[in-house]
Design a protein around this ligand. Structure first.
Ligand SMILES: Cc1cc2nc3c(=O)[nH]c(=O)nc-3n(C[C@H](O)[C@H](O)[C@H](O)COP(=O)(O)OP(=O)(O)OC[C@H]3O[C@@H](n4cnc5c(N)ncnc54)[C@H](O)[C@@H]3O)c2cc1C
Ligand SMILES: *[C@@H]1O[C@H](CO)[C@@H](O)[C@H](O)[C@H]1NC(C)=O
Ligand SMILES: *[C@@H]1O[C@H](CO)[C@@H](O)[C@H](O)[C@H]1NC(C)=O
Ligand SMILES: *[C@@H]1O[C@H](CO)[C@@H](O)[C@H](O)[C@H]1NC(C)=O
Ligand SMILES: *[C@@H]1O[C@H](CO)[C@@H](O)[C@H](O)[C@H]1NC(C)=O
Ligand SMILES: *[C@@H]1O[C@H](CO)[C@@H](O)[C@H](O)[C@H]1NC(C)=O
Ligand SMILES: *[C@@H]1O[C@H](CO)[C@@H](O)[C@H](O)[C@H]1NC(C)=O
Ligand SMILES: *[C@@H]1O[C@H](CO)[C@@H](O)[C@H](O)[C@H]1NC(C)=O
Ligand SMILES: *[C@@H]1O[C@H](CO)[C@@H](O)[C@H](O)[C@H]1NC(C)=O
Ligand SMILES: *[C@@H]1O[C@H](CO)[C@@H](O)[C@H](O)[C@H]1NC(C)=O
Length: 479
């Protein structure tokens, strides 16, 4: 590797990335000598589900790794909240793992005890008009038989695309059905009766009916459609986050928490083994990490890829991703009867699907009086306060409608809040048709840079770990 070339390029990188923050810089004068930190085989950006899995597997294969994680813990969308009063826990994020080869290997690796199937649910399922706060007594207008028939119709279509479970492996030309809006796809195959229920399960802020059908087909594979009837889902007997706590203990100093990768530099001129410099910063210092390979698991936003793609062609490829916005949390003091889930729906819209931004549900938890909520938007980030105001207004409407057995005073307060944004990275139907995923997958391994994570392989931890397993095998073989 050509260290001198990298260092001189690095100075340019540092100057440009530091300049932006110079006004508030409390880290003292710039001294490049002090900046060269570790060298590592693989630098992994993002320590969520896929980044943590990759780090553990690569280490087990004898490689050195460094994980850069923005938050103060590993686990990403997996978030176990502990009630300070009772010590009881609530899962605010990931609640189940799809049973796959990689998920079995990962839970066994850390000795996590699992239970199979979905968590028992004894809550009453109620539907609330999101505008009036009234009880939609007839539900969302379809009988159980309608729903089962639509589900069977869906299964026939999904069975054509077995490969989608492994990733966005699309044939060329891309099947026309993938680029229909999901609404048109549903009309074509008589899926109307399941639309609301898919909307409720997919969540994450997309404009559900108008997204390309590909994304719904990707998310709902055959296992998911029939999961309550089969042994295809598992969950930790204790807390879902425990696996990440154990991984962090093992990875130790190989993880940099509260840290961001603010720029990348690649030695593109070297013939065989290009090295990559990663400029990492936390609130008190900078570090330059030299890696043989880079694995990006964080959402593929332009901000997360700064410096990686000097080539405008490639920047424009990744720039096509459109993020959505997704929030979860807990709310108390609602005055609503417990042991119920209040699913928000619409009386006057197509298939009862509310507009975004919106509240998906308020669902009672095991902690008396505490409900969990899920909230989404398709175009911009929303503040905690705006979500608080919307939830307060909706609970107020439910009280004044008189349709629910509400009690006494209420003053709903968000007591836990997490943003899972950016979420559900999608591209347009035209981009899918034009071969976006074929081009993205062709980038895998170019210039020793690899990709995994939900944007690349979908929002299912079990499938994502299978995909990541293939990527880390490829990395290990190339090093
Ligand atoms: C509320 C919710 C519930 C879900 N429930 C389930 C479920 O029950 N089962 C299931 O299989 N899937 C579920 N999912 C889907 C989930 O997205 C995937 O299962 C999986 O966790 C995604 O893993 P990932 O590695 O792509 O992303 P994440 O786990 O989000 O990891 C990405 C990590 O990158 C970090 N990061 C971002 N930017 C940077 C940066 N610039 N520098 C450093 N680090 C950065 C983030 O902090 C994060 O830790 C759920 C998702 C959400 C939001
Ligand atoms: C500096 O800090 C102030 C106050 O915290 C903030 O408003 C401003 O955006 C910061 N400027 C930069 C360049 O980060
Ligand atoms: C899972 O393991 C089985 C048995 O080893 C193998 O046949 C199958 O291809 C694996 N599946 C994936 C997705 O790796
Ligand atoms: C199907 O998926 C496998 C990976 O599981 C991939 O290697 C193969 O190319 C895919 N097929 C098509 C048609 O894309
Ligand atoms: C589910 O699968 C696991 C692992 O194969 C097995 O131990 C368990 O008994 C199965 N459970 C049921 C209900 O079939
Ligand atoms: C920032 O990173 C440096 C170097 O890795 C580390 O020593 C320091 O403790 C970190 N600071 C914070 C606040 O995390
Ligand atoms: C709800 O949470 C708020 C804020 O934490 C707290 O002040 C209040 O006592 C809680 N109310 C109930 C009924 O638990
Ligand atoms: C966001 O979703 C709403 C429907 O809820 C839709 O009317 C609007 O066009 C969408 N906006 C974008 C930019 O997709
Ligand atoms: C919640 O309570 C139910 C019923 O008592 C129990 O089966 C379940 O395990 C509990 N969940 C958690 C996360 O404690
Ligand atoms: C309100 O309480 C009555 C009497 O217990 C019950 O029959 C009814 O189903 C409840 N309504 C709702 C919306 O929970």
């Amino acid at each position: 590797m050509r260290l001198s070339l990298l260092i001189s390029l690095a100075l340019g990188l540092i100057v440009s990335t530091v300049r932006a923050a110079a006004d508030n810089d409390t880290r003292g004068p710039f001294n490049p000598d002090g900046w060269f930190g570790r060298t590592t085989d693989v630098c992994i950006i993002g320590g969520g589900a896929s980044g943590t899995y990759a780090a553990v597997r690569l280490k087990d294969m004898g490689k050195t790794v460094t994980v850069i994680e923005a938050k103060s813990t590993l686990g990403g969308h997996t978030e176990t909240w502990t009630d300070p009063a009772s010590g009881q826990t609530v899962e605010l994020g990931v609640e189940t793992w799809h049973v796959t080869n990689a998920s079995m290997r990962f839970v066994d690796r850390f000795g996590i005890e699992v239970e199979y199937g979905l968590a028992p649910n004894t809550r009453d399922m109620l539907f609330v008009d999101y505008q009036t706060g009234r009880n939609m007594v007839g539900g969302v207008g379809y009988s159980l038989n309608d729903i089962l028939a639509a589900q069977a119709n869906y299964a026939v279509q999904r069975a054509k695309y077995v490969n989608l479970s492994s990733g966005y492996y699309l044939d060329s030309p891309v099947p026309e059905d993938f680029t229909l809006s999901f609404l048109d796809f549903a009309k074509k195959y008589q899926l109307e009766a399941i639309l609301y229920f898919f909307y409720l399960q997919q969540q994450g802020g997309s404009d559900f009916l108008r997204q390309p059908a590909l994304y719904v087909l990707k998310e709902f594979d055959l296992d998911r459609v029939v999961r309550s009837a089969n042994n295809v889902t598992m969950r930790a007997k204790g807390q879902m986050h425990q696996i990440y706590d154990l991984a962090l203990q093992e990875l130790g100093d190989d993880v940099l928490l509260d840290s961001h990768a603010v720029g990348f530099l690649q030695n593109r001129r070297s013939n065989n083994k290009p090295s990559i410099l990663v400029h990492v910063e936390n609130s008190s210092s900078h570090e330059l990490i030299m890696a043989e390979a880079l694995l990006i698991t964080a959402p593929l936003t332009i901000d997360n890829l700064r410096g990686l793609y000097p080539d405008p062609q490639e920047t424009s490829l990744l720039g096509k991703f459109v993020p959505h916005y997704y929030y979860t949390g807990l709310v108390n003091s609602t005055g609503l009867p417990t042991n119920a889930e209040y699913n928000f729906a619409a009386t006057g819209t197509e298939f009862h699907i509310p507009e975004v931004p919106g509240l998906y549900w308020l669902r009672s938890t095991n902690i008396t009086g505490v409900f969990d909520f899920k909230y989404g938007h398709n175009t911009t980030d929303i503040s905690r306060q705006a979500i608080q105001d919307d939830i307060s207004a909706k609970v107020h409407a439910m009280h004044t409608s008189g349709d629910f057995n509400t009690t006494g005073d209420y003053n709903p307060q968000i007591i836990a809040f997490a943003s899972h944004s950016p979420f559900g990275m999608q591209v347009s139907a035209d981009d899918i048709k034009d071969g976006f995923y074929q081009q993205l997958y062709a980038e895998q391994g170019q210039r020793n840079t690899y990709f995994t994570g939900a944007a690349v392989a979908g929002h299912d931890s079990g499938e994502l770990w299978d995909f990541t397993e293939a990527v880390v095998s490829k990395i290990a073989a190339a090093l």
